[in-house]
Design a protein around this ligand. Structure first.
Ligand code: HEM
Length: 523
């Protein structure tokens, strides 16, 4: 054990380490331990030593001031089996990651900006959802939190589909199959976390891997259909054209960069050829596109074609698309599901929400991005929801990218690090009454939204921060405002409202809302 002088938790069990003490809410236990042992300490999860970071000041110092040193991802057993360290989320901190984050950030900004395809698509799906609710509404119209989350996930998944493929999925059966696969993928990821720490659990690997692969195969088939379309139009593409022609979705943008990527001709060409994605159609079409690119290159255009991204490959493309579905659907629907639960729990805040929404939008007009700056209380309410539940209370695992001395402790390269972001959202140095739900903490004396608090980092900060923050915030605003404008929410079972244990949620990959029923009433 080379993590030399970081304080440890006094005792741990052989094989299990501190797993039993950490329990099913490790972020709460870590916060408790930080008060006793200091903000940085070491635990054993199984036989894996893990350095835990707590508290706003320490976490900001690590993720911002020492951003590069803490920007690695440990080699996680399952994600490496499926994503192979490609794409973004599970990628080690390297040049490929840097290029892919830059590319995605630019693309998401493009599709997420005002009156964009994202907004138009999102509003269209919201309209359909509202109609569906209206059709079912009667005095007993209740939703379990799972049904509520599923119906919001449908909106967020159609949004990711539009940004990625340029169109929603209209076939209901196919779409509901995709939704099931995404949910299963999430559940399996939680189970697969054990593979990293308890090697014995790897006897289930084949079973879990088969399930996870179903989702990636489904997505690969969708990508290969899109690549076939691209193959048809490829002769019309002028790579010197700087306009956004043939760039109406992420796949098109990616392929345009990839096909223009002359730096890959020699040694790296094999990389784009090589795919191990277990989908024959994906492999076939990527092979054909690679051939086409090779034959289209001449001495003249070789010099003209400038490559902006040199690391792009078909393997990366497949992982990037999976990343978007993993990171961009359930995260938003979980946060919104919580927002609805808080609206039901606090009718006084629900009244304030509706007062603001009616004042700014009236009863009929659906919200748009430009209304966001005016809806200060809605913004405050959504931020307070994210603060309270911090849907990923511990960040995606990090690792150190080099040997370093941090706060006097020696951390060698590849130290496994867990960042307890929950401790920032509950940090009494930055929040008054941190465990109380108080949206007004985000409102200044003039009634305007004030977002700036260094401890508020639901999307993380620094080199591995979320790239979907702006599209996530836009969708949250559009969906939540539309729902509150049309319906009031209350607990179907009134006792649930005072059940503090229920309100702590159910831990999983994120912090899931409790199993309760919500009653909807048309306003
Ligand atoms: C409410 C919604 C969301 C929340 C709370 C959220 C939060 C986070 C957090 C905490 C991380 C981990 C960063 C770290 O390790 O420091 C992350 C990473 C990431 N998120 Fe999000 N996210 C949301 C929505 C989205 C959306 C909509 C997208 C894309 C469409 C997205 C794409 C990503 C990607 C690609 C990463 C990996 C970044 C990296 O490894 O460098 N997220 N997100």
């Amino acid at each position: 054990n080379k993590i030399l002088n970081v304080p440890s938790i006094p005792w741990c069990l052989p094989l299990l380490g501190n797993i039993l003490q950490l329990g099913d809410r490790p972020y709460e236990k870590m916060l408790e331990w930080s008060k006793k042992y200091g903000p940085i300490f070491k635990v054993y999860i199984g036989s894996q030593p893990v350095v835990v970071l707590n508290g706003t000041d320490l976490i900001r110092e690590a993720l911002i001031d020492n951003g590069e040193s803490f920007a690695g991802r440990p080699h996680l057993y399952m994600t490496h089996a499926t994503l192979k360290g490609k794409g973004v989320i599970s990628s080690p901190y390297n040049f490929d990651l840097h290029e892919h984050k830059k590319f995605l950030q630019t693309s998401l900004n493009k599709f997420g900006r005002r009156r964009s395809s994202l907004e138009i698509n999102c509003l269209q799906t919201i309209r359909e959802t509202l109609d569906e609710y209206r059709e079912r509404i009667d005095d007993k119209f209740e939703f379990t939190n799972n049904q509520m989350k599923n119906s919001i996930s449908k909106i967020t998944s159609q949004n990711v589909l539009t940004m990625t493929f340029g169109t929603r999925m209209h076939d209901k059966k196919n779409f509901s199959h995709l939704m099931d696969l995404i949910t299963e993928n999430f559940e399996n990821t939680a189970v697969a976390a054990a593979f990293n720490f308890l090697p014995i659990t790897r006897i289930f690997k084949a079973f879990i891997l088969k399930n996870v692969m179903k989702c990636s195969e489904f997505l690969n088939n969708l990508i290969s259909e899109k690549m076939e379309e691209y193959n048809e139009i490829i002769d019309q593409i002028d790579y010197d054209d700087e306009s956004e022609k043939f760039e109406s979705n992420i796949i098109e943008c990616y392929l345009k960069e990839l096909m223009n990527n002359v730096c890959m001709i020699d040694n790296k060409l094999s990389d784009s050829f090589y795919t191990n994605r277990l989908t024959p159609s994906y492999n076939n079409v990527s092979r054909r596109l690679t051939e086409k690119r090779r034959s289209s290159l001449t001495i003249e255009n070789l010099n003209r074609r400038k490559s902006r991204y040199t690391s792009f490959s078909f393997d990366h493309l497949s992982s990037v698309v999976q990343d978007l579905f993993i990171a961009g659907t359930e995260t938003i629907s979980t946060s919104l599901n919580w927002a609805i639960i808080f609206a039901a729990k606090y009718p006084c805040y629900q009244d304030k929400l509706i007062e603001e929404i009616e004042r700014i939008l009236g009863r009929e007009k659906l919200p748009t991005e430009s209304d966001r700056q005016k809806c200060h209380f809605v913004e405050a309410f959504l931020n307070e929801t994210m603060r309270m539940i911090s849907s990923g209370p511990i960040l995606v695992p990090r690792s150190t990218t080099k040997d370093l001395i941090f706060k006097g402790y020696k951390l060698p390269e590849n130290t496994f690090v867990m960042v307890n972001i929950w401790s920032c959202m509950r940090d009494p140095n930055y929040w008054c009454d941190p465990s109380e739900f108080k949206p007004e903490r985000f409102i200044d004396e003039n009634g305007n939204f004030k977002g700036r608090n260094p401890a508020m980092m639901p999307f993380s900060v620094g080199n591995r921060a979320c790239i979907g923050e702006s599209v996530a915030r836009l969708q949250m605003f559009l969906i939540f405002t539309s729902l509150v404008q049309k319906f009031s929410f209350s607990f179907a079972n009134e006792q649930d409202s005072n059940n503090e244990k229920l309100m702590r949620g159910i831990p999983g990959v994120g912090l899931n809302p409790p199993h309760i029923a919500i009653k909807l009433k048309l306003r």
